[in-house]
Design a protein around this ligand. Structure first.
Ligand SMILES: [Zn+2]
Length: 452
């Protein structure tokens, strides 16, 4: 799956430069309708000291009403006072005072139109090292040029790539296709004129016909709101088979992946990597992500799996396939013994967990301080259990609002069918991607039987 972003610089409220009814804006609308293209608009907040955003709030609102635009910052005046360096506004700002006061002017304009841009691009590609020092902290990403950035380190994410919309030789940049353009201007080759629009139409047609392409704004590529956590410690062969599918799924739902590994385990005294789930929770609540999915590393994600976050409002898990048989009763027995007054209604399998931040915070508030000591109190009833009973205890104790997800989101492999989404191999780890696996290569083969 390839992300395609299209950036457009210098848009401002001037006839021919981004107003409603301008030909260039019609082209963008057409490419969105035809291909689903999205655009990141790099907007100077007071272009050439003539177009302050605060006097054009209607225009900003109009841009924001279109869900295929991201509005990002691109300097204030865009131009310089000096006449010998082109329009590299932030290249001539070489002291903290100059930089900060220009940033203030700019952020004021954005503030007055009620938009907080998360992205930035230097006007004229260049910025003074002194400016870069301060700019980064105002934004979540900076879209920079391989050469013109001069190896400066920004205090935010950096994203590279600038293939002109008029070009036919397009490169991949860290897995993304990054088209770059200017809305207008005689001095640029990559403006939104008719010729370049037609070229883009051909490029996008080619890309969408020959690749698995997803259009995104640069914000969507750089600032993901979702994360998939995995615990993969030690020598687990099956991970080679499950991980590529997890990666594919992450791309599909636009999530980052964070793997807890040997390094994370080494910092703890846990007798099993399973307990790292509580460290996953702690990292998540302190992260910038809004939603998390935890899945066991021995889960095979099928191609047809949809976005699990579409299924849950706050917190969702799948009941253990043995919940109704005996685990729930056993859990109740254990609660009665150690935590009188608590009632188990669902007994969840620890293999799949999707949640927003506030539910995990609520869960963490009841996680015992000494997890291992607590674990020992579960062993009278669950001599072979690790984190799962503690997790279920925390769910009950915290009283979080949860949803029981359908079993297809965490199906025990021996009961699996071609309609399932996440298939949990549990004790069948050595069967994954062998002839015994009826989902080998994701092709359902009903003739292969699996046993536990
Ligand atoms: Zn520009």
């Amino acid at each position: 799956m390839i992300n395609v972003t299209i950036a457009i610089d210098d848009i401002h409220p001037e006839k021919g430069w981004g107003l409603p009814g301008d030909k260039c804006m019609e082209y963008l609308d057409k490419l969105n309708k035809e291909f689903g293209a999205k655009f990141t608009l790099f907007i100077p907040s007071n272009y050439h000291n003539k177009y302050p955003l605060s006097e054009h709030k209607d225009w900003i609102d109009w841009l924001k009403s279109k869900d295929y635009f991201e509005l990002a910052a691109h300097g204030h005046y865009h131009m310089c006072e000096r006449t010998d360096i082109g329009e590299c506004e932030f290249f001539e700002l070489d002291t903290e005072d100059k930089v900060q006061s220009r940033i203030n002017l700019m952020m004021n304009e954005w503030g007055k139109v009620g938009h907080n841009p998360v992205g930035w691009r230097n006007p004229g590609w260049l910025a003074h090292p002194e400016a870069v020092k301060y700019l980064g902290s105002y934004f979540k990403y900076s879209a920079v040029h391989y050469d013109h950035n001069h190896n400066l380190q920004w205090d935010c994410k950096m994203i590279f790539g600038h293939d002109g919309i008029h070009e036919t030789d397009i490169n991949l940049h860290n897995g993304n296709i990054m088209f770059q353009s200017h809305i207008a201007g005689d001095w640029n080759d990559n403006c939104w004129n008719e010729q370049n629009y037609k070229q883009m139409q051909m490029s996008l047609k080619f890309l969408t016909e020959n690749n698995d392409v997803v259009f995104k704004t640069i914000e969507e590529v750089t600032c993901r709101k979702k994360v998939i956590y995995l615990i993969a410690v030690g020598d687990i062969d099956y991970f080679n088979h499950t991980y590529p599918l997890i990666e594919k799924y992450a791309a599909k739902i636009n999530a980052d992946i964070r793997i807890f590994d040997n390094n994370d385990l080494r910092k703890t005294n846990y007798p099993s990597p399973n307990f790292l789930i509580f460290d996953v929770f702690k990292e998540f609540v302190n992260s910038e992500y809004e939603q998390m999915l935890y899945i066991d590393a021995d889960i095979r994600i099928m191609n047809q799996a949809t976005n699990i976050f579409d299924e849950i409002d706050t917190f969702g898990m799948v009941q253990d396939h043995k919940a109704d048989l005996w685990r729930r009763a056993k859990m109740q027995e254990w609660l009665d013994k150690h935590h009188n007054g608590l009632t188990v209604k669902h007994y969840f399998n620890g293999g799949v967990l999707a949640s927003n931040k506030s539910s995990i915070k609520q869960l963490l508030s009841v996680v015992p301080n000494d997890i291992i000591e607590f674990w020992h109190t579960t062993k009278d009833m669950f001599p072979h259990g690790y984190n799962q009973n503690i997790l279920n205890y925390c769910i009950i104790k915290s009283g979080i609002k949860y949803q029981e997800l359908s079993a297809k989101w965490n199906r025990i492999c021996r009961n699996a069918s071609e309609n399932d989404y996440f298939i949990h191999y549990v004790a069948n780890k050595n069967q994954i991607q062998t002839d015994l696996d009826k989902f080998k290569d994701n092709n359902y083969n009903p003739n292969i039987t699996m046993t536990l």
